[in-house]
Design a binder for this molecule. Structure first.
Ligand code: URA
Length: 438
């Protein structure tokens, strides 16, 4: 019989650069949940992993142990292919709100358990909660039933869902161990693999407004996640997409709901539609509904043009107790008290829009949180953003700030003004979707 492993033995193996086996990793994760590993011991473990790294095999074992730390959802009664998308997060990234009804209208089931926005990136749950009445706290039974009847469940995490990640993420946040590829990979994939999917598409963002600033790091993370998905027999594909500039023309919760509905009405901005269509098409192919991306895109185009995707959005909003009337009357969403316009000081072309600066403007206006327990103002944000590559005349609109609390308005105005680079001549823009990792 193997000797019992104590926390300090497991920490010592990693501290000294050794490899953790299944027994060591499972003992740690069990200890995280049942308390036999104290927080200070897990914190030491996280720092050792941060410093020493993990092999692919260790990362896979950690993912599996975390996934099994709570309820692993299975939904055999839903016969449609169950495919989800996960994004590593960006500024103006409201893709999920368009993609989920679009994928469902095209014939997939979309089980989606999302998070809240933290720091500069927005969260799907916060955006959905700007719809009056919308309820993200679904019970397991509601989650399964809705997937069977509507084809989409848009839920938040419950206490029994991957509890090891909840604990470890909070510890990583306060011990400067978030930016570690094996830990990010295990955190994301343990949650996705526990939500009842058959296949997964990942949007791994890189650039100023993303978690990963460098494409090389995004590629490494994407490869690690794709290989774990496949090892767990869930076909997984990742796209590396640029997050230097905000996606679309709106950043802020209800503003992003409006832009998402506009996309479903066929009037979405080109950059947002491009990323959405590329990701959703991969879901359709992985789900086996079409053989290749061009035919999947054609199928999605039909779902948009027929109005089926918009109807699906109404249906899921109503199913989760939200007001589906917001689709036809945006005035039913929270609206800011005051709008402040920012105009261009000169004529030329928009060469760049800094996603991070725009995210900070939204934070100054009260639209994002710095701690999980903080609230957010759903009404505020930045709308009508001019986009890189567009011509602009002196005095023409660069963006509108939607304002409730004016206490930090001047700082927000200064930041917003500085977010735009204007120059002579139309700029060359790098592609939004730069690589596929399968
Ligand atoms: N999102 C997650 O869920 N976990 C991480 O570690 C990073 C981003």
């Amino acid at each position: 019989m193997a000797a019992r492993l104590f926390p300090r033995d497991i920490i010592r193996i990693k501290r000294d650069g050794g490899r953790l086996d299944r027994d060591a990793i499972e003992t740690w994760i069990r200890g995280v949940v049942d308390g036999s590993f104290a927080d200070y011991q897990s914190a030491a473990m996280l720092m050792a992993i941060f410093q020493r790294g993990m092999t692919d095999e260790e990362t896979a074992l950690l993912t599996e142990a975390m996934m099994r730390s709570g309820e692993v959802i299975e939904i055999p009664e839903v016969r449609l292919p169950k495919v989800d998308k996960h994004s590593t997060g960006g500024v103006g990234d409201k893709v999920s709100l368009v993609l989920a009804p679009l994928a469902a209208a095209a014939g997939l089931a979309v089980p989606m358990i999302s998070g809240r926005g933290l720091g500069h990136t927005g969260g799907t749950l916060d955006k959905l909660e700007s719809i009056p009445g919308f309820r993200v706290a679904l019970s397991g039974e509601e989650y399964r039933r809705q997937l069977a009847t509507v084809g989409i469940s848009l839920a938040g995490q419950t206490a029994s869902f991957v509890p090891a990640d909840r604990k470890l993420y909070a510890l990583r946040d306060v011990t400067a161990t978030v930016e570690c590829i094996p830990l990010i990979c295990a955190s994301i994939m343990s949650k996705k693999l526990a939500e009842g999917i058959d296949a997964l598409v990942l949007d791994v963002k890189f650039g100023r407004g993303a978690f990963m600033k460098r494409i090389e790091d995004a590629r490494m993370l994407a490869r690690a996640m794709v290989s774990i998905g496949k090892a767990m027999r869930r076909p997984t594909v990742a796209l590396l997409t640029s997050m230097d500039r905000p996606l679309g023309r709106a950043v802020g919760h209800s503003l992003e709901v409006i832009e998402s509905v506009e996309c479903l009405k066929g009037r979405g901005p080109a950059d947002l539609m491009e990323v959405t269509m590329e990701l959703t098409a991969r879901m359709v192919v992985l789900g086996g509904l079409e053989r290749d991306v061009p035919s999947a895109r054609a199928r999605l185009q039909r779902a948009l043009e027929s109005g089926a995707a918009l109807d699906k959005f109404r249906e899921v909003v109503a199913a989760q107790d939200g007001d589906p009337g917001v689709v036809d009357d945006y005035g039913r969403l929270p609206t800011a008290r005051r709008t402040v316009e920012i105009v261009s000081p000169e004529s030329g072309y928009i060469h760049d829009v800094d996603a991070m600066a725009i995210a900070q403007v939204v934070t100054l206006l009260g639209g994002s949180r710095s701690r999980v327990e903080d609230g957010v103002d759903h009404a505020v944000g930045v709308s009508d953003l001019a986009q890189a590559g567009e011509p602009i005349a002196a005095g023409a609109l660069l963006c509108r700030l939607q304002v409730n609390d004016e206490s930090r308005l001047q700082a927000a105005l200064d930041l917003a003004q500085g977010a735009f680079s204007i120059g002579a001549g139309r700029p060359e823009l790098s592609p939004l979707v730069s690589e596929e990792i399968a």
